[in-house]
Design a protein around this ligand. Structure first.
Ligand SMILES: [Zn+2]
Length: 212
């Protein structure tokens, strides 16, 4: 387990990279990680991700009460806490608003993970949680059916949520998904036809490969 100082630095690294890669704008998005058995570190509400420094992050308990730090935790803290409650294996959670991933759900389309081998091998199917008012308890309720079986969930009209064993992995899932969404977009522009999934035997072979 990294020290608190290293975890604070890692969250700031994720926040700056999210902003630099255009995966959030201004105060969009939120990032957290487990800090101890009964507490997490999370980004504050209403602050531009590119301007955060390690001391800006808040420590809360697993009910969302602030134990250390100034200001309020992210308005989406309930979504993060639900992931930690349901997934003991998860150490870090990232929520971002990548434009192409969000455009997919605005266009009423699912994330076609089965179209690209390396996306399928890492993520398998990616569900879309139904629309929920941001910052309310509707958001954790909307993701609840999917959290236990999926590391990435599209939020209808509201970006993406990823969960992983460390902060970098959770961040790179977002980056990889947005890159895939760009590829889907170009393929659709070039062909004009709906994307084709890989055939079942090819998907099965990827599953075997990923398990070794
Ligand atoms: Zn959001």
């Amino acid at each position: 387990m990294l020290t608190e100082t290293r975890l604070r630095e890692a969250i700031v690294w994720v926040c700056r990279r999210l902003e630099r890669k255009g995966l959030v704008a201004a105060s969009d998005g939120n990032v957290s990680c487990r800090l101890c058995e009964e507490c997490i570190l999370i980004t504050p509400s209403g602050r531009a991700k590119s301007e955060l420094v390690p001391l800006d992050l808040l420590v809360t308990d697993l009910d969302g009460n602030v134990l250390r730090g100034r200001g309020k935790p992210s308005t989406e803290i309930r979504m993060h806490l639900l992931v930690y409650e349901k997934r003991p294996d998860v150490q870090a959670v990232v929520h971002a608003h990548p434009p192409l991933l969000t455009a997919l759900s605005l266009a009423g389309k699912a994330f076609p993970a089965a179209a690209l081998p390396e996306v399928w091998a890492i993520l398998g199917p990616v569900p879309t949680a139904g629309y929920a008012t941001p910052g309310t308890d509707e958001v954790p309720r909307s993701i609840s059916p999917f959290v236990e079986r999926h590391d990435a969930i599209l939020l209808e009209r509201h970006g993406v949520l990823t969960a992983a064993e460390n902060l970098k992995k959770a961040y790179y899932l977002v980056e990889k998904m947005e890159h895939a969404a760009a590829t889907f977009f170009y393929a659709r522009l070039l062909s004009g036809a709906p994307l084709q999934s890989l055939p079942p035997e090819a998907l099965q072979a990827l599953k075997k490969h990923a398990a070794t």
